[in-house]
Design a protein around this ligand. Structure first.
Ligand code: MN
Length: 327
């Protein structure tokens, strides 16, 4: 997926760190993705009030709707992407040679490293699509490393009497995904049965958030019936989920991201200069292929980068600045 919302998230640097449990619902905003049929998504990360959840730095939900997804080749840097359809199938092609159909229940994890490009097209004519796209920022070292793609067809499932959790990345109560991530991170899709009242085990050191993908549920004592992202903070060893009619939830978790993060368009870097260079490389006939490779099958068609904003992009951070950094 590509991010056409190119205004930078303003001034996130002086947010207080979260310590301890919270239950804060952060409403989604409606964002047009462009294209012929103007697919729209509901974006819950990043937000001014919630820039990241661990290393998770981007969360879009699309559908359910009948729509053609047609996202031409576009670049990424410094992050991993997860395209997670709940309904529908998406053809993913990328510059490391992947040409796969992304199906519900299977993990498709693309690592951008220093540079990757990919395209995403729905399968069939105006199919019913519902799902999410997630980005996780990469830490130093890996963020400048090689691109890659990993598909996990059989994800592990944690089970309790009234709930099941498919673990996309990380580990839930000892049920561990084999996928390779680079910071302490959790992504799980949880199905709770009608009438369920269950405790989902969490790790106290991670902060967590929950997106409702279907049904209705009360999460940590808070009714969760919208498309917003319910931030749970950290310091919890479980979260209680109750549902009268059943629900499907996306549970995210992660350790606070320790590096500076500048995110603009489809690029994650540490500084303004990083993303400006990535943009220049994507627009350069000479450097594009060297850095971002080629996605086969598109005859060179691609999404050009928008203009950089006329201001200096500054890192978002969760932690307060130290006095030296103000100097
Ligand atoms: Mn993308």
């Amino acid at each position: 997926m590509t991010n056409l919302e190119v205004r930078p998230v303003p001034e996130l640097s002086d947010l207080a760190p979260t310590h301890g449990p919270v239950t804060e619902l952060h409403e989604a905003r409606d964002v047009p993705l462009g294209g012929v049929r103007a697919m729209r998504v509901r974006r819950t990360l990043p937000q001014r009030t919630l820039p990241m959840v661990g290393a998770w730095c981007f969360l879009d939900e699309f559908g359910p709707q009948h729509v053609d997804m047609r996202v031409l080749p576009h670049p990424h840097t410094g992050l991993q992407t997860v395209t997670w359809p709940v309904v529908g199938q998406i053809l993913h092609r990328d510059s490391v040679g992947s040409d796969v159909v992304v199906r519900p229940g299977q993990l498709n994890l693309m690592t951008a490293g220093r540079g990757v490009s990919h395209s995403e097209f729905s399968v069939g004519a105006a199919p019913m699509l519902h799902g999410v796209q997630l980005w996780a920022a990469l830490p130093d070292g890996v963020a400048e490393g090689a691109a890659g793609f990993e598909q996990v067809v059989d994800l592990p499932v944690w089970e309790s009497p009234r709930a099941r959790a498919t673990v996309l990345v990380g580990s839930l109560d000892g049920t561990r995904s084999p996928a390779h991530v680079h910071t302490p991170l959790l992504g799980a899709q949880i199905e709770v049965d009608p009438g369920a009242d269950v405790e989902i085990p969490l790790v106290r050191e991670l902060e967590h958030a929950v997106l409702l993908l279907g049904g209705t549920a009360e999460v940590a004592g808070t009714p969760h019936t919208t498309s917003g992202l319910l931030h749970l903070g950290d310091g919890r060893d479980h979260v209680r989920v109750r549902s009268r009619d059943g629900a499907r939830l996306l549970l995210l978790g992660g350790a606070p991201f320790e590096h500076d993060l500048v995110m603009w368009w489809n690029f994650v870097g540490r500084t303004h200069a990083d993303v400006a260079q990535a943009r220049a490389d994507w627009e350069s006939v000479d450097r594009r292929t060297e850095r971002f490779g080629v996605v086969a099958g598109h005859d060179g068609a691609r999404i050009p980068a928008p203009d950089l904003p006329n201001l200096r992009l500054r890192p978002r951070r969760r932690l307060p600045r130290t006095p030296e950094e103000h100097a």
